[in-house]
Design a protein around this ligand. Structure first.
Ligand code: OGA
Ligand code: MN
Length: 288
């Protein structure tokens, strides 16, 4: 069976079929990597991966980053500190085995509150609720190309402060002081429009909406601009909705996509394992 790549939408995503990640030759890996560079998000269904398989596949893309600090710190499966668990399931003491609960996770890109965020993240689906918990992806290169001229002018040359206080589930990160002031919040400054290091294309880079701030503007003007920008990038033509099946492996580019998750019934079980590929370089402005 040969490898095949089928786009999932106009702006972001492709499904790759004919691939068994646990026994992937170098030529097929090169095709997977090319599809990832072209489509910013890839889906491989029907995989059967142990922790070692997931780590081995992840490492083919580069060095790994440790998991993010979440509401209960960093939670990993025993013996796998580089794997991060996203789950609402409780252990025998009644504590969650992972992060993000069963609620909505708002639009974001991973760990952009760091100076050098991870280039990519991947999620492998171990248990999936019967409904809900879909993950949505937004193509920030297509959104950038379609940016209305007045928004482009208002954003030109500016940087954005990315907040490190709250995660996408709205939870306070462990040990961080709560604040609604972007200037007081921990985080990182990044150019609002990046040059993608692999394909040279311009991409919008927003991180999270909460506590976000556009450099050089009043808070009110920054908020007004951010509202217009977020309304633009989250339009349906830039978005793909992923309905999960057990065995799905999804990998996304954190520079050129954002993602969010629908809530699901907290009585149902959802278990995902995630890895994150360390950033090769700090984000660079498109114009620079
Ligand atoms: C993540 C994330 C959403 C989901 O792991 O980075 O945002 O669908 N997960 O679990
Ligand atoms: Mn995320």
């Amino acid at each position: 069976m040969g490898i095949a790549v089928r786009p999932l939408g106009d702006a972001v995503g492709a499904e790759i079929s004919g691939v068994d990640i646990a026994r992937l030759g170098d030529d097929d890996f090169a095709a997977v990597e090319r599809a990832w560079h072209t489509h910013s998000m890839i889906l491989l269904r029907g995989q059967t991966l142990g922790g070692d398989d997931l780590l081995a596949f992840s490492r083919r893309f580069g060095e790994l980053d440790p998991p993010p600090n979440q509401e209960r710190g960093r939670i990993s499966p025993p013996g796998y500190p580089e794997i991060y668990v996203v789950s609402n399931v409780l252990d025998k003491n009644g504590d969650p085995i992972g992060a993000l609960g069963a609620g909505e996770a708002v639009w974001h890109t991973d760990m952009s509150y760091l100076d050098t965020p991870p280039d990519a993240s991947m999620l492998y689906a171990l248990e999936i609720p019967p409904e809900g918990g879909d993950t949505w992806f937004c193509g920030m290169q297509a959104a950038c190309e379609a940016l209305p001229a007045d928004l482009a002018r208002r954003l030109e040359g500016r940087r954005i402060k990315h907040d490190g206080t709250y995660n996408s589930g709205g939870y306070l990160r462990k040990g961080v002081t709560p604040t609604d002031d972007p200037m007081a919040a921990p985080g990182a400054w990044h150019p609002a429009i990046l040059r993608h290091p692999a394909n040279g294309r311009a991409t919008l880079y927003f991180g999270r909406r909460r506590n976000s701030y556009v450099e050089g503007l009043s808070r009110a003007d920054s908020d007004a601009l951010l509202e217009d920008l977020w309304a633009h990038v989250t339009q349906p033509q830039f978005v793909y909705r992923h309905v999960w099946r057990v065995g799905d492996l999804v990998m996304w580019d954190n520079r050129s996509t954002m993602h969010r998750r629908d809530p699901f019934d907290g009585a149902a079980r959802r278990i995902m394992h995630r890895t994150q590929i360390k950033g090769g370089a700090k984000p660079v402005a498109f114009a620079a």
